[in-house]
Design a protein around this ligand. Structure first.
Ligand SMILES: [Zn+2]
Length: 232
């Protein structure tokens, strides 16, 4: 089992995690890089994996740094389903359409190629499969089970609990932005988790609470994103 971080590592945008179970590949989020000097170029780079080899995509929430490159993923060969909560599915489609307008303006102004077009957005929208909080989704012939939990960040946001057949520990991929609420959610789940991945560090006591629970349970908590974070 391998978990790769292709974005939001030592930075907070471009979230894209790849979980390799040995027999399947699952992608969590596929966001654009924003705010850096070379992010426009980075968003045009090839994905560091073959989109056609991904079995399923899970989206945690409708912000562009988590969902913005999804139509590009489809354009470059992704054929599988896109699982997310009903509000997130609807909002993501609005964001993609808005991005088309933004990219159109950039094309006129700076002659920058768009990341994707209306056709790609339409194909991505067709792949969206809505999942309610608490509902278990089985993929890869039952080898992977996913459960969305309310993350309290924005409407439809979720952290996603992944259970892998044959692996006694479940793996949690989390976002943490609305820090207090997320820390509490993650804390409740930590007793079952082996890996907890947060893009944003939690300030002070929330972080310490999550980390101490993790240590109590003998699991690892990896908090990347903002370099100034120092675990104590
Ligand atoms: Zn967000």
């Amino acid at each position: 089992m391998k978990l790769h971080f292709f974005g939001a590592a030592r930075e907070v945008t471009g979230t894209c995690y790849l979980l390799e179970t040995g027999s399947h590949r699952i992608l969590i989020d596929c966001g654009i890089f924003q705010g850096g000097d070379h992010d426009s170029e980075r968003n045009h780079l090839p994905f560091p994996f073959k989109p056609s080899e991904i079995d399923a995509l899970f989206i945690t929430h409708p912000h562009m740094d988590h969902v913005g490159r999804v139509p590009q993923l489809v354009k470059r060969g992704y054929r599988g389903p896109i699982f997310t909560t009903p509000p997130c599915g609807e909002l993501a489609q609005l964001l993609w359409k808005d991005m088309l307008a933004v990219m159109g303006d950039a094309l006129k102004r700076d002659d920058i190629d768009p990341l994707y077009d209306e056709h790609d957005v339409g194909r991505a929208a067709e792949k969206v499969e809505a999942v309610e909080y608490g509902e278990a989704v089985e993929i890869c012939a039952g080898a992977v089970k996913a459960i969305f939990h309310d993350a309290g960040h924005v409407l439809g946001s979720a952290f996603i609990e992944l259970r892998i057949e044959g692996k006694p520990q479940c793996h949690i991929v989390a976002l943490a932005k609305q820090q207090g609420q997320i820390a509490a959610s993650v804390g409740c789940a930590l007793s079952r988790a082996r890996t907890c991945r947060c893009t944003w560090p939690c300030p002070g006591w929330q972080l310490h609470g999550a980390a101490s629970r993790a240590r109590t349970c003998g699991v690892s908590v990896e908090l990347f994103g903002v370099p100034r974070f120092q675990p104590r």
